[in-house]
Design a protein around this ligand. Structure first.
Ligand SMILES: *Cc1c(COP(=O)(O)O)cnc(C)c1O
Length: 371
């Protein structure tokens, strides 16, 4: 019953959006392209009214379930503009699977991997001139699903909207690839077992703001989250997964045990490190072990991973009045090597040995939209 043909309504010239100013850094999440993708679901019609249209404000009922009870999930991925005009996507199927899992957790209607892929590719191709060409800049892609039925009762929605917006974002490290200072939160937690930690859903971020503000007031860039029960086990850093490199070249990262987000970058980094012959262990690591192994010289690097930053080296950790410096607060060589390899891979400058890259600039928009 679903109608997944995508109707395209192109922006007229006066509906085009202003281009980002050339003399200012792009930053992150400030600029959006000329069009957006949207489709709607109800029990009778399945997904229907599927279209790409000029960017505009959404119309939503003030009683919509997502606004009151938080039925919302999202994704984040990027389109990369290659040197010779190529456009690449990186492991977008993982984002499709993850939004399906997030939907399951929040009792929401989801979309198929195939539909997700066609929607992303069609929008990126239509707005291809928005892909920035400066080194390290990308087109950020934000797919979102919300429950839209106007009903003030706590139950899963029967009506949903799936929309995608895209916009140019700058290299995360406009000011250079500098290690960040981290504050360990031993009071506020991000997620608890049985909660929403595995889902990419708005509540997790609303929930993280007060610890992030405490960290910022104390002069730190990001929060390191500990587990919610013992306040002992390391979970994530800000909105990134975290890795520790020990002297014996064992690389440790917390396991996916229900409270942390299964990052696509995390999975890619684990695969690459193993391919390079390094030992990666997914195991619980306590904050005590991190602090002690830093003092004993065992810990030689720490870094976060996520689509936005790719690799974020950690320069220092502050936990209960104690501060440790990691890699002398300098960029570690493994973080550097991973960043270089992964970004070259995403931009089509490394061989696609894992089958992670898809070149989409030669796809036919008519075929994508009329399967
Ligand atoms: C999105 C996100 C990540 C990173 O996931 P990627 O797929 O690598 O971008 C990690 N932690 C949280 C909390 C996130 O929201």
């Amino acid at each position: 019953m679903s109608d997944e043909r995508i109707i395209i309504r192109r922006a007229r010239s006066e509906q085009r959006r202003p281009r980002p100013p050339k003399d200012k850094p792009l930053g992150f999440g400030r600029y959006f392209s000329d069009h957006f993708f949207a489709t709607e679901f109800d029990r009778k019609n399945g997904w229907h009214l599927t279209r790409i249209e000029p960017m505009r404000q959404l119309q939503i009922d003030p009683a919509a379930i997502c606004l009151h009870y938080g039925q919302e999930v999202f994704e984040g991925l990027k389109a990369y503009g290659g040197k010779n005009g190529e456009i690449f996507l990186f492991r977008w199927q993982k984002n499709a699977e993850r939004i399906q899992n997030s939907c399951k957790r929040l009792m929401m209607e989801s979309v198929s991997t195939e539909f997700f892929g066609r929607a992303v590719k069609s929008l990126v191709l239509l707005d291809r001139e928005w892909i920035p060409r400066e080194a390290g800049s990308t087109l950020y892609i934000r797919p979102t699903i919300i429950a839209t039925d106007p009903f003030l009762g706590v139950r899963p929605g029967d009506e949903y909207a799936f929309f995608i917006i895209v916009g140019p974002v700058g290299a995360y490290y406009a000011a250079g690839f500098n290690p960040v200072s981290i504050w360990v939160s031993d009071h506020d937690v991000r997620a608890v077992k049985g909660g929403l930690g595995e889902a990419k859903t708005a509540a997790n971020y609303a929930h993280s703001l007060c610890a992030q503000q405490k960290a910022a007031k104390l002069g730190f860039a990001q929060v390191l989250w500990l587990d919610a029960i013992e306040h002992k086990w390391v979970e994530e850093v800000g909105t990134m997964n975290i890795f520790f490199r020990m002297k014996n070249d064992e690389i440790v990262t917390p396991p996916l045990a229900g409270t942390i987000l299964p990052g696509v970058t995390r999975d890619s980094v684990i695969t690459i490190l193993r391919h390079w012959g390094m030992k990666v262990t997914e195991r619980p690591i306590s904050i005590q072990e991190v602090m002690e192994s830093s003092k004993s010289g065992e810990l030689i690097e720490a870094f976060g991973t996520g689509t936005a930053a790719v690799i974020a080296p950690v320069g220092s950790l502050s936990y209960k009045e104690q501060e440790i410096a990691i890699s002398d607060k300098k960029l570690g060589d493994l973080a550097q090597r991973l960043y270089t390899y992964l970004t070259r891979y995403q931009w089509g400058e490394e061989e696609d040995i894992f089958g992670w890259r898809e070149r989409i600039d030669q796809l036919d928009l008519d075929q994508l939209t009329n399967p």
